[in-house]
Design a protein around this ligand. Structure first.
Ligand code: F6P
Length: 323
């Protein structure tokens, strides 16, 4: 294999640049030609593909975002869009691909490579950590650290005013950011889609806290919780606690940006390097992940189908520590 291309797709995540850098440098080390595809699948079908040199990836390992840009492409999911993308890959004589992204990226990959079997290796790049086949995803560690820093600050002001706060963190279908930032910040309650929330018991707890003059109550809510996001939870609570002074803070996209932590930089470097070696070894249509500190490969179809699970002990611990 001599000509490969790399792209980032879906929501960006801190560490994507470190992964791109590792792919480019490992490929060039092995005397391969390496191309960048801008704006994910959309750029692929538009032929936004360019040759990359080792210096193109200088000074990016510490940067959030992605130098290749990213997009969510509806057009790619159509038959015509996929045909166009395949045509562009052929025109550029691309023999192998490295795709960095989350759930949507692997859904796209699954549909595309069934029909157009160009060897491809995926890398898990998402702050949500909602992919099977890996213990960790590129960007998750940074996003949780960003959330922790913000929530700690919110607790300072919550404490100063004796206020209740609801902090909404990202995670449309997954509660990993909420769970981990909530544990790390000593949240009084953590609401995530994977755990059934008993709103009445939360209300009872707040009332009992108020009786014992523990006024500050900080809830961390995943945006995809069954009760909805932070504002929905506040509206529900205000009905039951009309006198409570409740503030809502939606952390939003700041969780997706910023310099990646060392853990994300190392993970991304390791996976990027592994992806090129996997292509050279003839692997295809698999995602490279890290489980128990080992690199493992999981077929795209399984990455899409399975939902990551939160271990039972962590669920139990969360209930105990927030009591
Ligand atoms: O990247 C994952 C994610 O951050 C989700 O947690 C969130 O729901 C979604 O992306 C928001 O994406 P966007 O604003 O780019 O549509």
């Amino acid at each position: 294999m001599n000509r490969i291309a790399v792209m980032t797709s879906g929501g960006d995540s801190p560490g994507m640049n470190a992964a791109i850098r590792a792919v480019v440098r490992t490929a060039i080390y092995h005397k391969m030609e390496v191309f960048g595809i801008r704006r994910g699948y959309q750029g692929m079908l538009e032929g936004d593909i360019f040759r990359m040199k080792t210096t193109d990836v200088s000074n990016i390992i510490q940067r959030g975002g992605t130098m290749l840009k990213t997009a969510r492409s509806k057009e790619f999911m159509t038959e015509e869009g996929m045909q166009k993308a395949y045509g562009e890959l052929q025109r550029h004589q691309i023999e192998g691909l490295v795709l960095i992204g989350g759930d949507g990226t692997f859904k796209g990959a699954n549909a595309f490579f069934e029909k157009y079997p160009i060897p491809a290796i995926g890398l898990p790049g998402t702050i949500d950590k909602d992919l099977a086949g890996t213990d960790v995803t590129i960007g998750f560690d940074t996003a949780v650290n960003t959330a922790v820093e913000a929530i700690d600050k919110i607790r300072d002001t919550a404490d100063a005013h004796n206020r209740m706060f609801i902090v909404e963190v990202m995670g449309r279908d997954a509660g990993y950011i909420a769970l981990n930032s909530g544990i790390a910040c000593g949240a009084e309650d953590i609401l995530i889609p994977e755990l059934k929330t008993d709103m009445q018991s939360i209300i009872r707890k707040i009332k009992s806290d108020q009786r014992r003059k523990k006024i500050v109550h900080l809830l961390v809510v995943a945006e995809g919780d069954d009760f909805g996001g932070g504002m929905d939870v506040k509206n529900l609570m205000s009905k039951e606690l009309p006198d409570a002074d409740i503030r809502v803070c939606v952390l939003g996209h700041i969780q997706r940006g910023g310099a990646p932590t060392f853990a994300d930089r190392v993970l991304a470097s390791r996976l990027g390097y592994a992806a090129v070696n996997a292509l050279r070894a003839g692997k295809k249509q698999v995602m490279a992940g890290q489980i128990n500190n080992e690199i493992v490969f999981t077929p795209f179809s399984e990455v899409v189908k399975q939902e990551a699970q939160i271990p039972e002990d962590l669920k139990e611990m969360t209930v105990i520590l927030t009591t």
